[in-house]
Design a protein around this ligand. Structure first.
Ligand code: NAG
Ligand code: NAG
Length: 230
């Protein structure tokens, strides 16, 4: 990953006139402001391929900023489907319809703003998944690749959790039907987890703990992200 800045070294081999013009180009290039990521569309659907240090899943991300909601539908490889619905009021529902489990998490922050990468640090140009991209880092939390040609996001990596997303589909303006956002009754019953936990198999307990870790990491990461906005 290197910035494309003309090097003055070649001047030694060139005539004086050419040398000066190279210097002028180099100075102009270095004075040019760093690029800024294109803000997310207010509503979109993205299909993401996630590789979380070897654990694979397909994620449908439904981002709906005007309605203050965001849904990650996570299909783990040959495993369960997890809904992760986040509202701008700070409430998140994390549920598995088949298993009938649900976790409600209160964040102090809502969903990401479309311009949440505005103050990210420009890293340079890199090729990923076969696309030549501009790359940014934000708050030691996310690395973000945007296609130089189309300005669509190609990939992002949550550096704290190792969740690495590759964008397979990006549909601006695609909105998920209202009823698909509805959390199941299990999310609104109190102490569901504690009354059913004795019936869980050891592997399910492990899975629940893993989800707990996922959520804790997401809380920490999201807080870090928002604090760096100030
Ligand atoms: C997933 O990522 C790991 C590195 O974390 C890599 O070794 C592996 O090849 C990747 N697998 C796939 C299928 O992308
Ligand atoms: C946030 O909004 C959702 C969806 O409308 C709702 O179910 C939830 O109870 C709200 N949370 C708070 C803390 O108001």
């Amino acid at each position: 990953m290197e910035r494309w800045i003309a090097l003055p070294c070649r001047c030694l081999l060139q005539g004086l006139g050419l040398c000066i013009s190279i210097w002028v180009v180099a100075a102009a290039a270095s004075e040019k402001a760093d690029p800024i990521p294109k803000p997310w569309p207010l509503q979109f659907h993205a299909q993401l391929y996630q590789n979380r240090t070897g654990k694979l899943s397909m994620i449908d991300l439904w981002y709906d900023y005007p309605n203050g909601r965001n849904l990650n539908l996570i299909q783990k490889q040959l495993g369960s489907v997890i809904h992760d619905v986040e509202y701008t009021n700070g409430t998140s529902f994390y549920y598995d319809l088949e298993a009938g489990t649900c976790k409600v998490v209160l964040f102090q922050v809502g969903i990401l703003r479309p311009d949440f990468l505005n103050d990210a640090t420009y890293v340079g140009v890199d090729e990923i998944d076969g696309y030549k991209c501009n790359v940014w880092d934000k708050a030691d939390f996310i690395r973000y690749w945007e296609d130089i040609e189309t300005r669509r996001p190609i990939s992002w990596l949550f550096t704290t959790t190792g969740m690495w997303m590759h964008v397979m589909k990006f549909e601006e303006g695609n909105v998920l039907d209202d009823q698909k956002w509805q959390a199941p009754p299990s999310c609104f019953e109190r102490r569901v987890a504690s009354t059913t936990s004795s019936a869980l198999k050891a592997s399910e307990v492990g899975e629940r703990e893993r989800q707990g870790i996922y959520i804790k990491k997401a809380v920490v990461a999201r807080k870090a992200m928002y604090h760096s906005d100030k």
